[in-house]
Design a protein around this ligand. Structure first.
Ligand SMILES: [Zn+2]
Length: 97
């Protein structure tokens, strides 16, 4: 399938919508991680970025939190509805203490 553009529709930067951009680099994704007190670090290594989340979360169920937030980001992009956005806010506890 050929599309007219592969750029992220939420960015004004003409940035290609890669998986890394979708979950970690897009301003919308960064704001969602910020809702739960996580900072997306700058690194070319995706695994290093997710390991950083593990360190920031400091709980044994960190992977569930990461997966739920990835789901929130993905579904919000696919259907930008208020319900999904509210869900992201509902899981918006912080781990920065
Ligand atoms: Zn984007």
């Amino acid at each position: 399938m050929h599309l007219l553009s592969y750029n992220c529709v939420l960015c004004d930067l003409n940035t290609e919508e890669t998986v890394q951009h979708l979950f970690l680099e897009c301003d919308m994704a960064r704001s969602y991680w910020g809702l739960i007190g996580l900072t997306v670090i700058s690194s070319p290594d995706v695994l290093h970025r997710f390991k950083s989340f593990k360190i920031q979360i400091k709980t044994p169920f960190f992977m569930k939190i990461i997966l739920i937030m990835c789901w929130c980001i993905l579904t919000t992009r696919m259907t930008p509805s208020t319900e999904v956005s509210l869900l992201a806010v509902c899981v918006g506890w912080t781990f920065s203490s």
